[in-house]
Design a protein around this ligand. Structure first.
Ligand SMILES: Nc1ncnc2c1ncn2[C@@H]1O[C@H](COP(=O)(O)OP(=O)(O)OP(=O)(O)O)[C@@H](O)[C@H]1O
Ligand SMILES: [Mg+2]
Length: 436
């Protein structure tokens, strides 16, 4: 059997071309994935065959960029358009072929489809929770799909989103679904570690590296070997640390403080930030080379106010969690509470919702109820400014707080309360109805 026939049996797509990009190798799996037949591609320029490009911006055989001969392999994701025009996300590995004189003679590439869109979408329509992440808003379903496809490959991922949107949860999900799932998941909050300590935290130190270093210590990168490191608040690291981090990403090597012996680490990097990192880069606070390295795959988590439809299922989950983990017997909320939760803007996102539900459940229990009522909610959620009906001459904006106050001070007498507020009784009734 010829070697070329054997290559046809490989479960991966394989393509090879010479230094002039003339394709000389194309196996059956490559035919299946791309939709092109071997006869159509052999001997042709790779760029002519695949007009959308196979190597993105990374072609090593154009614009005088040549893969250095000591480059072991390049590995990248690419959106590829097949012969029928269908898009695929491909995971591509390229290795140079080097001749006896150590000159590059061409490349051999393997590639694999990292997701099958349609099947996954079908699956998604049925779910409202994914790897511990609750939500069925289309924006969240898209994120589940991204998680699933990036989990399979080890490229750096950058997760962006406001505080409390679930960035760490998404990072954990990527790790749990990845081939590294049995390795460690090591989170590092770059924003919380002082600048003077972050280097030794990340890279470790040798005994005697500095006063107080009485024994050697492994850094988080070493601890994450074989797994994933989660660099939270990466937008907060200093320019010097940015350089050091870039070097680790480029070489896969770290150096402990006080040592010049590089240590090879096999770590997947997931970063997160609630800053607009692109803006930070444009304004010169974040290195562009590091930005492009860590943001190979960006995931943007929308704020909770843009997916309010998920609030009811999140509330349900949090109530269940609370009643299971604390000795609190609260199992539902009133309609008015749900309305108030849906009206609020949630600047602290899902974390704030979780805290509010915990707080309210404690209040409800303390008041001898097993359901949450309006009065159990913290003031900021409740006392949303409400619009005053047109017929009110008084231009002052009425708050629920003001209305409650008025009712309280009049012993619940609505006519008197209305008078106090400077509105008609009918208006007060309308307002109360709207708020319940
Ligand atoms: N979609 C979700 N489903 C269930 N729980 C969630 C969801 N999103 C966030 N949470 C919960 O909210 C809290 C905050 O989430 P997480 O720590 O992942 O947010 P973050 O984006 O990393 O926030 P920060 O920027 O403040 O670090 C956690 O307790 C997490 O479990
Ligand atoms: Mg976080």
């Amino acid at each position: 059997m010829k070697i070329e026939d054997i290559i046809d049996y490989l479960p991966y797509a394989v393509m090879g071309h010479d230094i002039r990009r003339r394709i000389f190798l194309f196996n059956k799996e490559a035919e299946r994935l791309t939709g092109y037949k071997k006869e159509e591609v052999i001997g042709r320029d790779c760029h002519d065959v695949f007009p959308g490009g196979f190597c993105g911006e990374r072609c090593a055989f154009q614009n005088e960029i040549i893969i250095p001969s000591n480059f072991e392999m390049i590995h990248y994701p690419i959106e590829f358009v097949d012969k029928k025009g269908k898009k695929h996300m491909l995971d591509v590995r390229v290795k140079p072929i080097v001749d006896k004189e150590k000159n590059i003679a061409g490349i051999v590439a393997t590639f694999d489809d990292v997701k099958s869109d349609i099947e996954f979408e079908k699956e998604l329509n049925k779910i409202d929770e994914f790897c511990g992440i609750v939500g069925k808003d289309p924006k969240m379903l898209k994120i589940y799909q991204q998680i699933k496809s990036v989990a399979k490959v080890s490229f750096p991922v950058l997760i962006q989103g406001e505080s409390g949107t679930g960035k760490e949860l998404v990072a954990q999900a990527i790790h749990k679904l990845s081939p590294r799932r049995n390795g460690p998941f090591v989170p590092v909050n770059c924003g919380a570690i002082p600048d003077t300590l972050i280097e030794s935290e990340l890279f470790g130190y040798e005994k005697g590296a500095f006063t107080g270093a009485i024994r050697e210590k492994k850094g988080r990168f070493e601890l994450a070997n074989g797994g994933t490191i989660f660099l939270d608040e990466i937008g907060d690291i200093s320019p010097l640390m940015q350089v050091k981090l870039l070097r680790v990403i480029q070489t896969g090597l770290i150096e402990r403080l006080g040592s010049i012996r590089p240590i090879k680490v096999d770590v997947r990097i997931i970063s997160a930030t609630n800053k607009d990192l692109e803006k930070e880069m444009i304004e010169g606070r974040f290195r562009d080379d590091l930005y492009y390295r860590i943001s190979v795959i960006p995931i943007k988590i929308p704020p909770l106010r843009e997916r309010k439809g998920d609030i009811p299922i999140l509330v349900k989950k949090f109530i269940k969690e609370i009643s299971e983990s604390f000795s609190i017997n609260v199992n539902s909320i009133s309609n008015a509470v749900m309305k108030a939760l849906l009206n609020y803007s949630w600047p602290g996102n899902v974390r704030e919702l979780q805290n509010v539900i915990q707080y309210a459940a404690v209040q409800a229990q303390a008041n001898g109820r097993n359901y949450i009522e309006l009065s159990d909610l913290p003031d900021r959620v409740l006392f949303k400014k409400i619009e005053v009906p047109k017929e009110v001459n008084n231009t002052q904006t009425l708050t629920i707080e003001a209305i409650n106050e008025a009712l309280k001070s009049t012993g619940g007498n609505k006519a008197k309360a209305a008078k106090l507020l400077g509105i008609s009784r009918a208006t007060l009734y309308r307002l109360l109805k709207r708020l319940s």
